[in-house]
Design a protein around this ligand. Structure first.
Ligand SMILES: NC(=O)c1ccc[n+]([C@@H]2O[C@H](COP(=O)([O-])OP(=O)(O)OC[C@H]3O[C@@H](n4cnc5c(N)ncnc54)[C@H](OP(=O)(O)O)[C@@H]3O)[C@@H](O)[C@H]2O)c1
Length: 314
């Protein structure tokens, strides 16, 4: 298949490009800074020569969006919103205008769309969309608005010959340098892998191999459209998540951090505490109903696999 990945140069794009290319697919990445013949220039906003790549392709997987690992300043929040909504809009226009449109358009969304909650897990049918929770910082609602507008940009595109799927993905875990797992395991090996703010908040995650397998499953299954959660079936409290990560990293101790310490750490790392403190309890209802099985359903063994691979590759 010819698979076009707008925004495919980042963490998730690298995982998909590597796996899909290894399976023999023809992968083309759209990027603002192309390098090599498999990368094509686009700006994520306007039409250009890149639309020719979409026309005649089989699959489009749009991942573009300003990184969310940053301080949530008004400027950064605005860029997080516009880069996602605009890129989804322009991809939709290219799909709609194509003489030979792709069979399926997978559009990245996020598991962050669901409410901060502890009481029950969010699946696609009964899950609660966030934005109205009590006792959380007001700006957390903005992340949910971004996700909603991102999904709406895909929904509003008129693409009668192209199936549309929104990937409500949890954190994708791979040993790659700069990825979430790499950052967390580095902090853990420094002795900083303790629970944050009590550690009650749930963590949802998905192993890179299951992420790729779920994407392939969704490409193949013509009966599945709309929002689909991509997350391992057993999200767990942050305290247990870090305990398993410490075990996988062979680090017996992990300094617990208060909310205030997390604020300072996030400031130093130029990121935001929402990524640590929000309770993300998300489960893959539609994938399981459709018969998808996870190779890495449990965090303990997934973390052990990722840590062993990180050690092997240095
Ligand atoms: N990583 C995860 O675990 C995870 C989980 C759930 C959802 N997501 C979402 O999935 C998407 C991909 O994640 P990722 O971790 O691979 O992100 P990433 O490493 O930050 O890569 C995102 C890509 O988007 C492009 N981009 C950045 N700013 C842009 C802009 N203003 N206009 C157009 N393109 C822009 C960049 O490509 P160029 O600079 O090459 O143009 C970049 O490679 C993101 O939207 C993210 O929010 C990620």
């Amino acid at each position: 298949m010819k698979i076009v990945i707008p925004g495919g140069t980042g963490q998730v794009g690298t995982i998909l490009d590597r796996a899909l290319t290894a399976r023999g697919h023809d992968v083309v990445v759209l990027t603002r800074s192309p390098q090599g013949r498999r990368q094509v220039h686009w700006d994520g906003v306007t039409h250009g020569d890149w639309v020719k790549e979409i026309d005649g392709s089989d699959v489009v997987i749009n991942l573009a969006g300003r990184s969310v690992s940053c301080r949530y300043t008004p400027e950064n929040l605005a860029a997080m919103m516009s880069s996602r909504v605009e890129s989804a809009r322009v991809v939709g226009e290219a799909v709609a205008a194509a003489g030979r449109p792709p069979r399926v358009w997978l559009q990245m969304s996020t598991a962050t769309i669901y409410a901060h909650r502890f009481d029950a897990a969010n699946d696609e049918r009964d899950g609660v969309i966030g934005g109205h929770e009590d006792g959380v910082p007001g700006y957390w609602a903005y992340s949910i608005r971004i996700a909603q507008n991102w999904e709406a940009a895909q929904e509003q595109a008129t693409t009668p010959h192209t199936r549309k799927v929104a990937l409500r993905s949890a954190m994708v875990m791979s040993p790659d340098r700069g990825g979430v797992f790499n950052v967390l395991s580095r902090l853990t090996r420094l002795g900083l892998g303790g629970p944050v703010a009590g550690g009650r908040q749930f963590v949802s995650w998905i192993h890179e191999h299951d992420f790729v397998r779920a994407v392939e499953f969704l490409i193949d299954r013509d009966d599945l459209a709309g929002a689909v959660n991509l997350a391992a079936p057993a999200p767990l409290p942050h305290r247990e998540f870090m305990r398993d990560l410490r075990a996988a990293s062979r680090m017996p101790v992990g300094l617990p951090a208060t909310r205030h310490m997390a604020e300072i750490g996030a400031f130093v790392l130029r990121t935001d505490t929402e990524l640590l403190l929000k309770s993300r309890r998300v489960v893959p209802g539609r994938l399981l109903d459709a018969g998808f099985t996870f190779e890495h359903p449990r965090w303990r063994s997934a973390a052990a696999d990722l840590a062993a691979r990180r050690r092997r590759t240095g």
